[in-house]
Design a protein around this ligand. Sequence first.
Ligand code: GCU
Length: 138
Amino acid sequence: HAATDYQAEDATISQGTVATNHLNYTGTGFVDYTNVAGSYVQFTVDAAAAGQAGLQFRYANGSTTDRLMDISVNGTVVASNVSFPATANWDTWVTKTVNASLNAGTNTIRATATTANGGPNLDKLTLGSPSGGGTPGM
Ligand code: GCU
């Protein structure tokens, strides 16, 4: 069946705002992380079955600096300082996939900025198949 999208603007946001001041987002907007370490977006997602999933973060980073984030699942960091490299500009969105093990049913997935730059602009999270060799953070 089709992958499920979770819009960042509908998630729990700590130190960030919903914004619409750039092009090409999906849903009704995106999250602009406050430029501070510790800002986060937390999604509540539903997995049909336990096992590895690909957490597909659609983001834009029109700055020239990598925006690193920790990805945690159900309160445990599963990928530290994941790279969200610069994109062409703030209107250009790309997908970063992090593989992680999910429980069947409800899971919480949090993406937390680890540098004073804050996170990238975050459009949505899609649950899909694991990418590549299954290494978390790839
Ligand atoms: C700019 C941009 C924002 C972005 C911010 C940032 O202000 O318009 O969308 O979030 O830079 O550096 O994080």
